[in-house]
Write a protein that binds this ligand. Structure first.
Ligand SMILES: Nc1ncnc2c1ncn2[C@@H]1O[C@H](COP(=O)(O)OP(=O)(O)O)[C@@H](O)[C@H]1O
Ligand SMILES: Nc1ccn([C@@H]2O[C@H](COP(=O)(O)O)[C@@H](O)[C@H]2O)c(=O)n1
Ligand SMILES: [Mg+2]
Length: 485
């Protein structure tokens, strides 16, 4: 194994869990959202994050191979828009006094960097604006070397530097954190060569700086940030296996990320170890019915809670038992669920558990082949046109059933922006079909799969959800049920 593991987590787990947050997104419809009960403008809690680039932090000691690792990642991601932002660019300029005694200046201390400027540049990049990043000159110790480097907004930002994990505000920007872990003697040897050959320094000065500042700062400030890493790469650029795995993972994540960028109303819930674990269980063909139901229920609950976060709310004040005022929000009350029979019914309990007394309608769509969809049954609340609708179906495959169901809701007078489609797994094909047909509905899902196979089944998928959830994939159970009726 070339990748090091942290605690009991496998590296693949850590890679997988490291990149969820940016998939939640924000989209303001051209029409202003309004609370259907009060007619007041409303806000949805989930509507506050812009679609943003995938940010990868790369930390490690000086000369550990950070830049080399970043260059290798960039090279392998040649078909993506990737930029490298180096913490070195944000070194403070030295005063005349500091310059005169430069050998006493500690370039390895967190205070040597203008972190506020780094944050402001990152903020602009994350919001799609180009920035001019200073060029740092190691020989003159100046960071305003003309011209500044123009960095354009990109899909992936690699943020590299010895202390890039030190400030929590910078860490928070990152979707994935990599620590390049190279032996101290190798780092020192490389540093001596680099500083004498490239920076024109004499070996005595390099060794003095190393023992006075570089080594202590590594121990005090850099090494303690290793614990924040999702992935630790021993031996830096020599570790091709680790870099291949990382690039593979970034590609997968970018696929999802691209979909979320194309369709701002698609929300993939934040991935965590727990969520990955639940998916692993329900996707495993060997999982028992009991476990399948248990873990599917847990995941459904998370998707439902996330979906509810997209409902409009109004401000509400209450008096607490201490007599103080608490300013909070009031839930949206005009809502209902609609399940697509039969799999969608598995999501009803979770919705009922979250929304006491909620009305739940049903739609049955008969499938003949891939396109011969036929709506054969519907029972919906009479006043559905005045409600927000949570449409329930665990799998979004081709999108044909979903389009049928959504068309029916719209024909009943439900405004498109009032529909939130909740599912566990979406195939990209289904996302395209639904989002293109109904650009103003919201889709909340827990994972986006690779695609559909020749039988129009989602892959890797989880098989027939309804059969696995209700136990009807087992012939014996079928016979027992039929004979007992
Ligand atoms: N795997 C490696 N084998 C040999 N030399 C390397 C390797 N990785 C990096 N170097 C060299 O070591 C020096 C420091 O590497 P660099 O990637 O710039 O480290 P960092 O960005 O962490 O300071 C550079 O001169 C680079 O060419
Ligand atoms: N004028 C400077 C500024 C910084 N350094 C050293 O650079 C190291 C960080 O750069 P990496 O590419 O190695 O991450 C750091 O250890 C500083 O001591 C310098 O020598 N002179
Ligand atoms: Mg470097």
């Amino acid at each position: 194994m070339h990748l090091q593991t942290m605690g009991s987590k496998s590296v693949v787990d850590m890679i997988e869990a490291s990149s969820g947050v940016h998939f939640s997104g924000f989209h303001m419809d051209n029409l202003e959202a309004r609370n259907t009960e009060t007619g007041q403008p409303t806000t949805s809690a989930a509507d506050n994050v812009l679609k943003q680039p995938f940010v990868i932090g790369v930390a490690g000691g000086a000369a550990s191979g950070k830049t080399t690792v970043c260059d290798m990642i960039i090279q392998q991601l040649h078909d993506q828009r990737v930029v490298l932002v180096n913490q070195d660019s944000f070194y403070h300029n030295l005063t005349e006094e500091e310059l005169a005694r430069v050998h006493e200046y500690n370039f390895d201390h967190p205070d040597a960097f203008d972190t506020d400027q780094l944050l402001s540049s990152m903020e602009k990049l994350r919001h799609g604006k180009a920035v001019d990043i200073p060029n740092y000159d190691f020989k003159s110790y100046k960071n305003n070397v003309f011209p500044a480097r123009r960095v354009n907004p990109s899909d992936v930002i690699l943020l590299e530097g010895i202390l890039i994990f030190h400030d929590p505000r910078v860490r928070e920007l990152m979707n994935m954190k990599i620590f390049v872990d190279t032996d101290a003697d190798v780092r020192l040897a490389r540093r001596i060569r680099r500083d004498t050959v490239e920076k024109g320094r004499d070996i005595g000065t390099v060794l003095d700086q190393y023992s006075k500042f570089v080594k202590p700062a590594f121990d005090d400030f850099i090494l303690p940030t290793k614990k924040f890493a999702d992935i630790i790469i021993p031996r830096g650029g020599d570790n091709h296996v680790a870099i291949d795995l990382i690039v593979q993972h970034i590609r997968t994540k970018l696929g999802q990320h691209d979909l979320c960028k194309i369709y701002p109303n698609l929300y993939v819930i934040h991935s965590t170890f727990q969520i990955r674990g639940m998916h692993t269980l329900i996707r495993d063909a060997q999982t028992t019915k009991h476990d399948f139901v248990f873990y599917a229920d847990r995941l459904i609950r998370l998707v439902v809670e996330h979906g509810l976060g997209h409902l409009p709310f109004t401000e509400k004040q209450v008096i607490t038992p201490t007599g103080s005022v608490y300013t909070g929000v009031d839930f949206c009350k005009r809502l209902c669920g609609v399940s697509v029979i039969r799999s969608g019914e598995s999501m009803e309990n979770a919705l009922r558990a979250c929304c006491k007394g909620i009305k739940i309608g049903k739609i049955l769509i008969h499938r003949e082949g891939d396109n011969g969809q036929q709506l054969i049954y519907e029972k919906l609340p009479q006043d559905i046109s005045e409600r927000h609708v949570l449409l329930l179906d665990p799998i979004l495959g081709t999108g044909n059933s979903a389009v049928q169901a959504i068309s029916l809701l719209i024909s009943k007078g439900v405004p498109e922006p009032n529909i939130i489609f909740l599912n566990l797994i979406s195939a990209p094909q289904g996302v395209h079909v639904v989002c293109k047909s109904f650009p103003r509905i919201k889709i909340v899902t827990s994972e986006i799969d690779i695609g559909l196979n020749e039988d129009f089944r989602v892959v890797p998928g989880m098989g027939e959800f309804g059969d696995r959830y209700f136990g009807t994939d087992d012939d014996e159970v079928m016979v027992t049920q039929i004979s007992s009726n």
